[in-house]
Design a binder for this molecule. Sequence first.
Ligand SMILES: [Zn+2]
Length: 99
Amino acid sequence: MGANIKLTTIGDVVHHKGNLRVECRCGHRSVIDAAKLDRYYTVQRWSTVLEVVGMHLRCSSCGSRGAHWRITLEPPRGPRWGPQTEEAWRFLTARLRNR
Ligand SMILES: [Zn+2]
């Protein structure tokens, strides 16, 4: 990943096979699966612009927002979140479609 590559959305990170490494003020760290995050935000119809996403990520340990994040090539690790199966994805998508 060169420094000259412009990454604007989560989709751009996915395209470059990256993930989001997040570090909270409380010291909690995790690496978020960018492909899953992209899908989750798209289903929710939330903005996938990285600056916006970064402001909304919430620490699973202390609950605060505004953690530091950066792009990483490390594999995802940390607590499980969001839909775990295709069926769960379908359920979430169907539920959101009707609001
Ligand atoms: Zn925290």
